[in-house]
Write a protein that binds this ligand. Structure first.
Ligand SMILES: [Zn+2]
Length: 329
């Protein structure tokens, strides 16, 4: 049976899978991202997934950014040993296969469009809300990557031009209001005491795993844990925690309405660790969108949580590989 090799590369985890044309995962494996010699670990992972079976037809890679798709290079913020690393050429040389590269959030969007909550949407925005905020656009079934692969960077859209300085150097970016660590930061500054609703442990595959797989900075685990505790406290009715999510949701709503106005979005799918907060995020988000959106086509955009979760990135990488495979055939 024909299959492609999908690879998802994050700061804390490398994942690979063989995926057939219907989207079924035939074989998969993960391992931690080492601090150095990442390519050695990746080669071993690829061998683990592909060894002993028929060769896949193509390879698709989703990698944490920033990246330069024209050059095929990546410089993931949380992987200091890769700066301008020629990932596409290295994997092509290693496997001898056609190799496609895109950003991790772009792959999440493509995966949700193929197999998840975005199926059938003509203009989809996928958003990953975790330690940072990433995004990807799929227009008429095709990922919109941009000349250098940077399209969909919705986390750094300005929703308040008089707002605070963002880590990216810009001002008033939505990430500065709505990412997990920034939700927790605002709550702490406004009197939130984490854990007053202790004893409501979240699922094992909740905020930690998802956030870590997308980002993985040394302080990520604390940030993710803070966001999870904040979500628990918001669900339990802590007023500051509730307010933090309402503020973050309002910033997200501004970004979503602006993007919808620019390109007539029909669907938004939200994944990433913070999306696991569920109604404490999505309910105020729906209210905020109802308030900020005006034009009928903007008001019509549908916002849904991810249905693929952490597998969305691999699914999108596989779809990328299938599109390449067809181009070559
Ligand atoms: Zn920014």
């Amino acid at each position: 049976m024909a299959r492609v090799l999908a690879i998802d590369i994050g700061g804390t985890k490398l994942a690979a899978a063989l995926v057939d044309e219907a989207g079924s995962m035939l074989r998969s494996a993960t391992r931690p991202t080492p601090r150095t010699d990442v390519m050695v670990a990746l080669a071993a992972l690829i061998e683990e997934v592909t060894g002993g079976g028929p060769a896949p037809e193509a390879v698709g890679i989703g990698c944490a950014g920033p990246l330069d798709l024209a050059a095929g290079t990546v410089s993931p913020v949380n992987m200091p040993s890769w700066r301008g690393f020629p990932l596409r050429d290295e994997v092509r040389a290693l496997t001898g296969l056609p190799t496609m590269l895109a950003g991790d959030a772009q792959c999440m969007a493509l995966g949700e469009h193929w197999l998840g909550a975005g199926r059938g949407s003509s203009a989809l925005l996928g958003i990953v809300v975790s330690t940072g905020i990433g995004g990807g656009l799929v227009i008429d079934g095709v990922p919109l990557l941009g000349p250098n692969g940077n399209a969909g960077h919705v986390g750094h859209m300005t929703i308040d031009p008089y707002g605070e300085r963002c880590e990216c150097g810009g001002r008033g970016c939505v990430e500065h209001y709505s990412s997990g660590p920034n939700l927790a930061r605002w709550a702490l500054a406004n009197g939130w005491t984490p854990g007053r609703t202790d004893g409501l442990d979240g699922p094992a595959n909740g905020l930690d795993g998802t956030a870590g797989s997308r980002n993985g900075a040394p302080d990520v685990r604390n940030g993710a844990a803070d966001a999870r505790a904040l979500a628990q406290d918001a669900a339990a009715g802590d007023p500051v925690a509730v307010a933090a999510f309402e503020r973050g949701a309002r910033a997200l709503a501004g970004m979503i309405a602006s993007t919808a106005a620019a390109i007539e979005l029909t669907k938004v799918v939200i994944g990433g660790g913070v999306s696991a907060a569920g109604p404490v995020l999505f309910d105020p988000l729906a209210r905020a969108l109802d308030d900020v959106a005006g034009l009928a086509f903007v008001r019509a955009v549908k916002v849904e949580p991810t249905t693929l979760g952490v597998r969305a990135g691999l699914a999108g990488a596989a779809k990328l590989a299938w599109s390449q495979s067809r181009t070559v055939a």
